[in-house]
Structures are given as C-alpha cells and as structure tokens.
Write a protein that binds this ligand. Structure first.
Ligand code: NAD
Length: 248
C-alpha cells in the first residue's frame, strides 16, 4: 500500500477506536532538538561511556561527573520546545477526554509541556530529584545542601536524578497502568521508539495479543515492525498532526 493509503487506513482506525494507547520514545523529541543519550555526549562528555552515566554503580563511583552531566542535559532540555507531534497528542486528548492513554519512555517532560495530562512516565522524570539511599528522618529534599550533587548535611545522603537507570525496576504502579491500557485499547500507536528496551517494548505485543490494532510511526524500521499491522514511515511531527487532526 502507498503511504497516503496507509495514512487513510490508520486515520480510520483512530476514528473507530474507543480507546487509544500511545507509546512514545526518544524519536518523538528528535524534532525538538533533544539529543539522544549518545548524542548528548559531545565535547567534554564524549570521553565517558553512556553506561557509566546511566547506572547506579556509575553514579556511586563518580557522583559529581554524573550529576553534572544530568545538569547539562537539563539545560539542553530547558532550551527546547515541544514539537507538532507532542502538540497533536495533547490536542487530541483535549478534544477527546478519557479516550487516550499516553505512555512515554522519555524523561524530558515535553509531553506535559505540550499540555498532555496523566502521562505514564515509565522511565521517570529528569527534572525530579530523589535520594540515592533510603531517606532517614534527617533527609529533606528542600533542605539539601547545594553541591554536585546536593546532599543531606546530617547523614551525607546524596540526591540523584529521578530517572530509571539501566538495571533498575520501572515504577510498579506506572507500569501496571500502562499494561492495563495496552490490554484494553482498540488501537496502539508506537511513536519514535526503536522497540529494543523492555518492558516498555512489550506493551505493543500485549495490545496486539488482546486484539488491538498496532500502528508504528517511525521513519526507520524498528524491532516492533513484526508486531504492528501498519508502519507509517514519517517523522512524529509530520505524521501525528495528519493522523490525529479533526479534519479527518
Ligand atoms: P531510541 O533512541 O532507541 O530510538 C529512537 C527511535 O526514534 C528510532 O527508532 C528512530 O528511528 C526514531 N526516530 C528518530 N527520529 C524520529 C522522528 N523525528 N519521529 C519519529 N521517530 C523518530 O529510543 P527509545 O526507543 O526511546 O529508547 C531509548 C531509551 O533512552 C529510552 O529508555 C528512553 O527512556 C531514553 N531516552 C530518553 C530521551 C528523552 O527523554 N527525550 C532521550 C534519549 C534517551
């Protein structure tokens, strides 16, 4: 089928769906200029391995370096804006309250800044801080002493970015809610994710097995192509406004 016909079919599926689940990954933020993990490691940061910046072991070994890298990424994100893909999802939710569940692997907050609410953030929030070790009575985030990273001046507990690092479990209730949305949806859109990171990528299979249609939006082939009924080979900012607009 040619691209236009594929889009028409997918648009019909959107119209027919009582419930739409959307899984997004780093690709939806590419057109906002948000660098991927690897791309953010330019200049001074290029000498460090990405794995060492995204594990608890890496943070414990080099807390200053890893904290400063997250501060650097927070700065890049603060300077970026949601793109037409984020906006199309937020506007669809505003026009159709309760009809869409947005699940993201991104930690960048761009869906929320575009106006989406109730976003299920599987991998946390880069702008949130939390304690590295189980907090004691003395640990209050508001009272943490400034530093690289900030710390509790009573016990020395360190603050760390509130993202899910490699080897860490996903937030249980958030994953449960995402799996439930995958089970009950009629249509799942998989946008801008390579489909290589589990359990997030498994949501597409859950949806398919439960009888939903699965549509991929990605300019490149992905590891989930075999699970999908259709793949729309365009960028998120091109395809989502066309797919979700009221005009259809
Ligand atoms: P990934 O980097 O593995 O894959 C990105 C995918 O996006 C690729 O399939 C690519 O073809 C596609 N893509 C590129 N440009 C696109 C566009 N304009 N429109 C649509 N698709 C496009 O990303 P992932 O699958 O999300 O997994 C990487 C992990 O890294 C995730 O766990 C995520 O939490 C984390 N991460 C998050 C951010 C962020 O928050 N913005 C950025 C980098 C990495």
């Amino acid at each position: 089928m040619e691209e236009g016909a594929l889009l028409d079919t997918a648009t019909t599926w959107v119209e027919q769906a009582r419930h739409v689940a959307v899984l997004t990954g780093a690709g939806i933020s590419a057109e906002s200029g948000v660098p991927t993990f690897r791309e953010a490691q330019t200049g001074y940061w290029a000498q460090f391995r990405p794995e060492d910046m995204a594990t608890e072991e890496g943070f414990r070994a080099h807390p200053r370096r890893v904290w400063d890298w997250y501060q650097h990424r927070r700065g890049l994100l603060a300077a970026s804006q949601p793109n037409a893909g984020h906006v199309a999802l937020a506007q669809f939710q505003q026009r159709h309250p309760g009809r869409i569940t947005l699940i993201t692997q991104n930690v960048d907050g761009l869906h929320q800044r575009a106006g989406s609410t109730g976003v299920l953030c599987l991998h946390g929030d880069i702008f949130a801080d939390r304690w590295l070790d189980t907090p004691r009575n003395c640990c209050h985030i508001d009272h943490a002493v400034a530093g690289h990273p900030p710390y509790c001046d009573r016990c020395g507990n360190l603050l760390r970015p509130g993202v899910v690092w490699f080897g860490e479990p996903l937030p249980y209730a958030t994953l449960e809610a995402a799996q439930q949305a995958a089970r009950v949806c009629d249509l799942m859109l998989v946008v801008g994710t390579a489909g290589a990171v589990y359990p997030a990528a498994g949501l597409a299979r859950i949806a398919r097995d439960a009888g939903a249609r699965v549509v991929i939006v990605n300019p490149q082939p992905t590891e989930l192509d075999a699970v999908a009924h259709e793949a729309l080979r365009g960028t998120a900012a091109q395809v989502l406004p066309a797919l979700l607009s009221e005009a259809h």
